[in-house]
Design a protein around this ligand. Sequence first.
Ligand SMILES: Nc1ncnc2c1ncn2[C@@H]1O[C@H](COP(=O)(O)OP(=O)(O)OP(=O)(O)O)[C@@H](O)[C@H]1O
Length: 367
Amino acid sequence: MTEETVQPLIEFKNVSLDYGETKVLKKVDLEIEEGKFYTLLGPSGSGKSTILSLISGRLQPTGGDILIEGKNVNSLPSNQRKVNTVFQNYALFPNMNVYDNVAFGPSIKGFSKKKIDQLVKSMLKLVKLDDFSDREISEISGGQQQRVAIARALANQPKVLLLDEPLSALDYKLRKEMQSELRELQQRLGITFIFVTHDQEEALAMSDWIFVINDGKVEQSGSPVDIYDEPINHFVANFIGEANIVPGVMKEDYLVSFAGKDFKNVDAGMRTNERVEVVIRPEDLDIVVPSRGKLQVTIEDQSFRGDSYEITAIDDAGNEWAVQATNPAKIGQRRGLKFDPEDIHIMRLNESEEDFDARLESYEGED
Ligand SMILES: Nc1ncnc2c1ncn2[C@@H]1O[C@H](COP(=O)(O)OP(=O)(O)OP(=O)(O)O)[C@@H](O)[C@H]1O
């Protein structure tokens, strides 16, 4: 039986964008399905907003193809795409009240007054601003402005909502609140959200699927859990959460050597004695008495994080380990580090997802 393939809502095939000599996007492939929450996560300048501009039609690619519902839209104007964007600065009309801001899109489309009214009221209800219709934009808070911007975009009834760092102007608490509100809104509406952020915590908390973008390329894509637990390379491991990354050698299947010792692990399929990078997350390390530790360390530093202590320890081979611990430690003390085989994650050196797959295929072909 063949599995039915779902046509992606949006596809990027080998999409490049150059500004003269500057290559901003380098042969990007993406697939976006209907009804999910996607996040483009990457550092400043990596090309996230450029990808949104290509989806919305504000920019055209210099190479490759962009497809929406299977049709090439490389040169389809923005206003003919069922896509709307919520910008970082909200871009609200300051001279209009809340109601008129939301009514703007539907009025341009020539809908009847009654239909516009219904639409605006339901959108304002959706973002919990039904009592704020008559307020001027200057009379509402940042978080409320953010909601108006979302209601305004949704009033255009898009298939896809693009959100370009929409929470970055909010304070920590409001930002957290809006994260769950946005997530809930997306689930309720069932439309596709593509959210841009450089905040990994935000991406992990909100998304069904994350694209990690770096230097105009997709470094890795996957569910938040996949990306956190199985980062494909040094960049992703470092960018997504805190990671201890030390050099190692895969001696054989399920046996890795690092910090001068051999450890059982759960990875297989690499060459004998292949050089690798070993990743262990700070929360997967426990500080114990030296005799119970798999590695012996000296406590170098510690800082209080509110709900935990971040401890820095140095092993006898000179590797530095960040440990997230519930109890404080004493600087200068000799301790042990404990971890389980499944907490050891192995990364091949400088390997892209494509190279990794190609190598895996050739490995499987050798049987
Ligand atoms: N008109 C332009 N000419 C030349 N380079 C440009 C132009 N517009 C953008 N760039 C470059 O393209 C790169 C990607 O920009 P983009 O805005 O997509 O990044 P980003 O990941 O969204 O960053 P941020 O998180 O800071 O918004 C940047 O290095 C930027 O300097």
